[in-house]
Ligand binder design. Structure first.
Ligand SMILES: [Zn+2]
Length: 122
């Protein structure tokens, strides 16, 4: 039988903290890479265009990692408050299998699918 005990909270928090460290390291690395790139803008136009493209890639990466980092930190906070694993929308428990796949999930599968359908309608 699948229940919340299948998922040890301390294991989940340990996993989230490891993820937080990894993401924070990557966000810092992207920031350093962007500063480095800007410090040496090439005078030739084609090179500048390439650097701008690289910037866009870095910005995209930065955004994805920053938002994931925020989600991971929010999950750690919820875990510390004892609210981990509860759906933000319907307040039902989120299934352990879902939390194992995505410990930062804030919605149960039903509410996540409903939110996705709502987003797809826009
Ligand atoms: Zn829900």
């Amino acid at each position: 039988m699948a229940n919340q005990e299948d998922l040890k909270l301390e294991d989940v928090i340990a996993g989230l903290r490891a993820r937080e460290v990894e993401l924070a390291r990557r966000v810092a690395a992207v920031g350093a890479e962007k500063r480095r790139a800007h410090g040496s803008l090439d005078p030739s136009f084609p090179e500048q265009a390439t650097q701008r493209e690289n910037d866009e890639v870095l910005d995209g990466l930065d955004e994805v990692e920053r938002s994931e980092l925020a989600a991971v930190r929010a999950a750690i906070r919820r875990a510390e408050e004892g609210a981990f694993g509860t759906c933000d929308a319907c307040e039902e428990p989120i299934r352990p299998a879902r939390l194992r796949a995505d410990p930062a999930a804030t919605l149960c599968i039903g509410c996540a699918e409903a939110a996705e359908r709502a987003a797809a309608r826009d």
